[in-house]
Design a protein around this ligand. Structure first.
Ligand code: URA
Length: 248
């Protein structure tokens, strides 16, 4: 059944509009609150043990807004998860998604299972290293990752062969990066043997595609800054907490 979403009202099968964020499916809400795994949550929901604003909801995929709705398991309100913000120095060869059928290491192997319901803000490719923000605050994540948010990201790129001045100018101006997409204006400057590129967008594999569009090869890609937050001396594989105001 498709039920119209009523902000602050009943659970809905329809994904709500962005203004209703933060919202998530009911099974995820239970998991984020630490009440159960997603699988266990689906079982509890189907068994009629979960109420949203006083009504039993048996659909694990119903969309809810935990910040504004009362969700209770066996009559006990879900605990509101504490907002958590982690800056991780992601090594190359680690994926940013949950679990991997190929058995590769994921960021959750690094930040620990206690953070299993936290999610990365945007993503870094398998082979990209550097600063990755992880949080359970979807409003913050949207502000940072949104293409309209214009939060700057800086990458240090080792390129083969090195870029000449004309190539740097093309990066600054924006260029055709294939699949019908163009990169927007960027800052680009030499930094020793590498190039530092600052962009405000987050198109898929954007920096690699910008370099490849110039006919060059990326040897190493390291993200060193997101908004105001720098990777600094954070060791590879380690994480530390930050406050939203450190970024935006
Ligand atoms: N640009 C890329 O090409 N890869 C990343 O992981 C991030 C930005």
């Amino acid at each position: 059944m498709i039920v119209k979403f009523v902000p602050g009202g009943e659970a809905s099968r329809r994904k709500p509009a962005r203004r209703d964020k933060p919202e998530m499916t009911l099974d995820r809400a239970l998991s984020r609150a630490g009440a159960a795994s997603r699988t266990e949550a689906a079982r509890l929901i189907a068994a009629g043990r979960v109420r949203v604003d006083g009504r039993v909801v048996r659909d694990a995929q119903a969309w809810v807004a935990p910040a504004r709705q009362r969700i209770a398991l066996d009559g006990r309100p879900l605990r509101r998860p504490q907002p958590l913000y982690l800056a991780l120095h992601k090594p190359a060869g680690v994926i940013t998604s949950h679990g991997d059928p190929a058995g590769r290491r994921t960021i959750y192997d690094l930040i620990g299972e206690r953070a299993s319901w936290y999610f990365p803000v945007g993503r870094l490719d398998l082979d990209t290293r550097g600063l990755l923000l992880v949080t359970n605050d979807s409003v913050f994540a949207d502000r940072v990752a949104s293409p309209t948010g214009k939060v700057e990201k800086t990458y240090r790129v080792v390129v083969k062969p090195p870029l000449d001045d004309a190539a740097l100018e093309r990066l600054r101006a924006g260029l055709d990066i294939g699949r019908g997409e163009r990169s927007g204006p960027a800052r680009a400057r030499r930094a020793g043997a590498a190039v530092e590129i600052t962009i405000r967008e987050g198109k898929n594999r954007q920096v690699r595609r910008m370099i490849e569009a110039l006919g060059h090869e990326v040897v190493d890609l390291l993200r060193i800054r997101v908004g105001k937050l720098r990777l600094g001396d954070l060791a590879e594989g380690r994480s530390r907490s930050f406050r939203p105001g450190d970024v935006i």
